[in-house]
Design a protein around this ligand. Sequence first.
Ligand code: HQG
Length: 182
Amino acid sequence: MNYLRLSKEVSYALRHNPKQYNLTLDSLGYVQIEELLFALNKSTHYPKEITLEDLNKVIEISDKKRLEITEDKIRALYGHSFITKIEKVSALPPEILYHGTSHSTIDKILKEGLKPMNRQYVHLSVDQETAIQVGKRRDEAPVILSIDTKSAIQSGIKFYLGNDKVWLSDPIPIQYIRVLNS
Ligand code: HQG
């Protein structure tokens, strides 16, 4: 079984295009595992039928905690891009969060702040190491920003838990952003 491919397809279905798979997510982003398996098994590109064990394996071997199974449901924990926003309960983040980005976008970010761009929320990292990994997807020596969440919260900006390494947030204005390197 190609678990990387399965992981990418499940993330695509649950984050970006549930409609293509005939899936309707609930307000928290969950879908019945049975429905997801049915949708995945309609396509022919897997050598055998996908089962719950395969989904568990994807979660077990993944480098990041992208998916969550609760009883008979599954959801993506972050990354969503479709229009109807997944409901997240705001929570209290660490006082400083980080964001890794590319040199090519830093000028724009320092003018307009951090925006969700194609996703529903801004994505932030709990530590610099994670931010570097995120930023490396776009720049081999990424720019690392720190976010003063304490001040941001005082001005009404909300933060939401993604997983143990990722926090989500509303747009972050420039006054709460500091460039740690450049
Ligand atoms: C940038 C991956 C111009 C932002 C990762 C980023 C993460 C701006 C890009 C998760 C901007 C958006 C999310 C502005 C922000 N002007 N550019 N005002 N504000 N940007 O992929 O945070 O492997 O949507 O800096 O590890 O890079 O998929 O967000 O470069 O956790 O599970 O716009 O996705 O996880 O890019 O990554 P993204 P991200 P997975």
